[in-house]
Write a protein that binds this ligand. Sequence first.
Ligand code: HEM
Ligand code: HEM
Length: 225
Amino acid sequence: MYDFLTGPMFWLSLGICLIGMLVRFVLYFRGLSWQLDRVAYKAYPFQGFKGAVNSIVKWLIPFGTYGWRKQPFMTVIFFGFHIGAVLVPLFLLAHNLFLKEKIGLSLPTLNPLIADVLTWTVIVSAIFLALRRIALPEVRILTTWYDYVILLLAVAPFITGLVARYELGSYTSWLTVHILCGEALLIAAPFTKLSHIVLFFASRAQLGMDYGIKRGGMKGKGMAW
Ligand code: HEM
Ligand code: HEM
């Protein structure tokens, strides 16, 4: 099982994730219509680019937008979850040793204590993200079982990775479960709302261009509409 998951299944899940995400990203932009959106995307590339970068950067800064400032509790649990969710899989020492062996490449690595702290923060924040969906009526009415499944899918590699690391039970069994959960997440990403990992950048860029070119940005500068 371990050999299968770290062999063919590893390549398959990584391939599905990378190619699938690329396809989603390209399809997002190909689906845009300047006539329907009433945004002259191509006519004002500089203003559009400026608006896109501005929107992406502001949303990536904690409390950087009005939206984040209006919901401080959400902002803290959101960044608590996401900082670890992005950094740990990419920069964990164990992952990079594995990558080095597989493809001969590795990224800079996190100090193990920091990796542990980030992983715990992801798990605790995920609990609060779930509680928020239950506690706030305005979020509850938008929530279905699908949102909980995705949250569970996202947090499962963090829980099982930590259990394996602390050797609570059989190390090899938990590592196998961990890799299975990690690969399930990679495969699910392009087909579910986890595609936001790349589509966040696409939709923020689109809205940023909308603001940079049309609403505000070019207002009163002689643009026809
Ligand atoms: C796809 C194949 C994957 C492989 C082969 C893999 C392999 C490993 C290994 C060998 C460990 C170390 C356990 C130890 O310390 O002895 C580990 C830990 C961990 N992995 Fe993965 N992993 C994979 C995917 C993922 C994914 C997708 C995520 C998160 C989204 C993830 C998150 C973690 C975490 C949070 C830990 C524990 C971190 C800590 O030390 O505090 N892994 N993984
Ligand atoms: C740079 C990469 C990423 C960005 C920019 C990003 C951004 C976002 C945004 C804007 C939301 C919506 C928050 C809201 O409801 O207002 C969200 C939700 C979520 N993200 Fe990410 N994300 C990224 C990576 C990830 C990764 C790697 C994972 C999983 C390992 C993940 C899992 C989730 C989950 C589970 C939710 C839903 C939380 C809930 O139930 O409320 N994200 N993300």
